[in-house]
Design a protein around this ligand. Structure first.
Ligand code: PLP
Length: 377
């Protein structure tokens, strides 16, 4: 149906072989392959993080809030420009999400300044997102959270491999939460990882991930444990061995795939230069390294976005919107006001996401930009 789809998997025989090996091994649920994925992921992120593979990023975020003790009556600051999971997990802990605006029409991330405006005596934690793979200004955010004794959770769904001053995203906060959903830089279908350098948090997360139990099925299988105790109420947020094996294969490709995304983004930038289309993150510092998760643009003010989407669809180009604003969702329209976040309000009306994936060709980028420019010049 699509000539250029929004995203395509970067899979070949290495993912198929990895999954097949697990299927033939006789062991499917969380075990040695998952452990190996966690350990390689920890080495990749560095800074002495410990990693726990989970069923998705939403689970990672939920567990991080639970391990932080976020509860009824607390407030958690989240970006106004993000996926709904960040608000949902806060709500499901009984706490109140509070929206922080973007830094500017160029820098779509939250900043220490926009977070500071939202802090009250009830604030317990802050969730930040490295939007589209562009890292937030982490040192000032870490300093702010430390000085106000706030837990910092990095939603790193868009940014595996992104860094600030050589330090990888997911190792700056108390927790890093990664998504391995199909369309992410590292894809396994449904999956995620939570990282932390804090031993107490790590031990707590381990229990939360697996029913609060002190022994896993694998340990019983290997004869190391006969039964188990339940130390606290927990969930089943585990990853399985098939996904972990695919994750290991994808991790091998992550750095080269991120570089490919960069060259494709550069092509987009060159093609759109001088047009009426505005691109974000044009002034990011030399020390910030993006991983170009998506290709967001701003259409000219007052332009009919739906007609652009439909026109591109007719010629076979798939686009998307990152993100519809919270105040337009039934579940949230009474909690949030558009006027509280004027920059995000403007972005949400004009944003369009163009196709971007590591196996995309320059010809496909050129086709997308020439088609777009034929209607938006
Ligand atoms: C910023 C952000 N946070 C969280 C999530 C949730 O990730 P998952 O689907 O792995 O739960 C996503 C997924 O798209 C996301 O983009």
């Amino acid at each position: 149906m699509w000539k250029v789809q929004l995203f395509k998997l970067n899979f070949d025989s290495s993912e198929t072989d990895a999954a097949l090996n697990v299927l033939q091994s006789g062991w499917l649920t969380m075990g040695d392959v998952t452990k190996s994925f966690e350990s390689r992921f920890s080495s990749f992120i560095g800074n002495n993080v410990k990693s726990l593979a989970v069923s998705n990023c939403t689970a990672a975020l939920h567990m991080s809030l639970l391990a932080s003790g976020v509860k009824n009556g607390d407030e958690v600051i989240i970006p106004a420009l993000t996926f709904v999971a960040d608000a949902n997990v806060v709500k499901l802990c009984g706490a109140t999400p509070v929206l922080a605006d973007c830094t500017s029409l160029d820098d779509w991330n939250v900043s220490a300044e926009t977070i500071k405006r939202c802090i009250t005596s009830r604030t317990k934690a802050v969730i930040i997102v490295h939007y589209a793979g562009y890292p937030c200004d982490m040192q000032s955010i870490v300093d702010l959270c430390k000085s106000r004794k706030l837990i910092l959770i990095e939603d790193t769904a868009h940014a595996p491999g992104a860094s600030v001053n050589g330090r990888l995203c997911g190792s700056w906060g108390d927790f890093g939460c990664f998504s391995f959903f199909s369309n992410k830089n590292l894809s396994v279908g449904e999956g995620g990882m939570v990282t932390t350098t804090n031993e107490n948090f790590y031990n707590h997360l381990q229990k939360l991930r697996s029913h609060g139990m002190n022994a896993l099925t694998l340990e019983r299988h290997k004869g190391r444990a006969i039964t188990y105790d339940v130390l606290e109420p927990g969930l089943n947020y585990r990853m399985d061995e098939i996904r972990a094996a695919i994750g290991l294969a994808q991790l091998e490709k992550l750095t080269s795939a991120n570089i490919k995304r960069r060259t494709l983004t550069d092509r987009y930038i060159a093609n759109l230069k001088g047009s009426t289309i505005t691109l974000p993150f044009t002034t990011i510092s030399e020390t910030d390294k993006s991983v170009y998760h998506i290709m967001p643009i701003l259409l000219p003010e007052g332009f009919d976005r739906i007609s652009v989407i439909n026109h591109l669809k007719k010629i076979g180009i798939q686009t998307s919107i990152h993100y519809p604003p919270f105040w337009e969702f039934k579940a949230y329209n009474e909690s949030f006001k558009k006027s509280d976040c004027p920059i995000v309000a403007e972005i949400c009306e004009r944003e369009l996401t163009l196709p971007l994936f590591p196996t995309m060709t320059f010809e496909e980028v050129d086709f997308v930009t020439s088609s777009l420019l034929s209607i938006v010049q």
